[in-house]
Design a protein around this ligand. Structure first.
Ligand code: ATP
Length: 237
């Protein structure tokens, strides 16, 4: 059974039809990528899954049952959203940002354990617990955003453009981190990326979104060698 099954999803912003009948499946323990150009509807898809945007029609099943409508309930079901542009709280400390990710967890000891686990995993954050998060570099802010997402111990992580605006070496580190989160923690990841080459190389399965419609899907390595994808998304002749 799929961990996540999206069926015939339609989303509109007034007259703008951002998603027009999207179907997709995410198997537990996999990394699934959505690639597509600017405005294809990638962020809208993730925002709908996490309850920020309300669908016009269609169904979203998580672990076989319909998701609640409200974002604060969806995170309790086990879906964490690491949004485009990181959206860390710049005036809060690193520790406060991390704790914000665990606002649904009442057990203080559990929160402390998870925070310590994040510091062990991300030493760069551990060295700066009381520093304002806005002073971190872009790559460090992305690490913090991902760590904050992990604080709720989600079954599914929605990652929106984690490589956006980062230097190539940092991009490499972010993609390695995504792989490690899946390999070491068994998390399932739905990754939206404009960096199609890296996303396809990393993922198990991918969907290509164009103007709100899935136009192609397949295993990451198959799409990487698909001539149409190479031409449209990988800059090949
Ligand atoms: P990008 O990579 O540039 O973020 P995207 O693939 O994530 O693009 P979306 O941001 O989901 O695409 O946008 C899909 C379509 O919906 C676009 O035509 C966009 O202009 C429109 N759109 C997105 N958000 C809104 C909004 N709040 N109000 C009106 N239209 C919107």
């Amino acid at each position: 059974m799929s961990l996540l099954a999206v069926n015939n999803l339609h989303v509109s912003y007034g007259p703008v039809q951002a998603l027009r009948g999207v179907n997709l499946n995410v198997e537990a323990g996999s990394i699934v990528s959505i690639i597509g150009a600017n405005g294809a509807g990638k962020t809208t898809l993730l925002n709908t899954l996490s309850g920020i945007v309300k669908p016009k029609s269609g169904s979203i099943l998580f672990r076989g049952t319909s998701l609640p409508e409200r974002a604060c309930k969806i995170i309790r079901e086990g879906i964490a959203h690491v949004p485009e542009g990181r959206k860390i709280f710049p005036g809060f400390t690193i520790e406060e940002n991390l704790l914000a990710g665990a606002y649904i967890v009442d057990d203080k000891q559990l929160v402390d354990e998870r925070r310590d686990a994040m510091y062990a995993r991300f030493p760069i954050l551990a060295e700066r617990t009381h520093q304002q998060a806005g002073t971190l570099s872009g790559g460090e802010q992305q690490m913090l955003a991902i760590a904050r997402g992990l604080m709720s111990d989600p079954g599914l992580i929605l990652l929106d453009e984690p490589s956006l605006g980062l230097a190539p070496l940092v991009v490499k580190a972010v993609f390695e981190l995504v792989r490690e989160i899946r390999d070491r923690s068994g998390k399932t990841i739905l990754l939206v990326e404009q960096n199609a080459k890296k996303a396809l190389a990393l993922c198990d399965y991918a969907y290509v979104l164009e103007n709100g419609v899935i136009v192609l899907e397949g295993k990451g390595d198959e799409l990487l060698s698909n001539p149409a994808i190479r031409k449209a998304y990988l800059g090949a002749e």
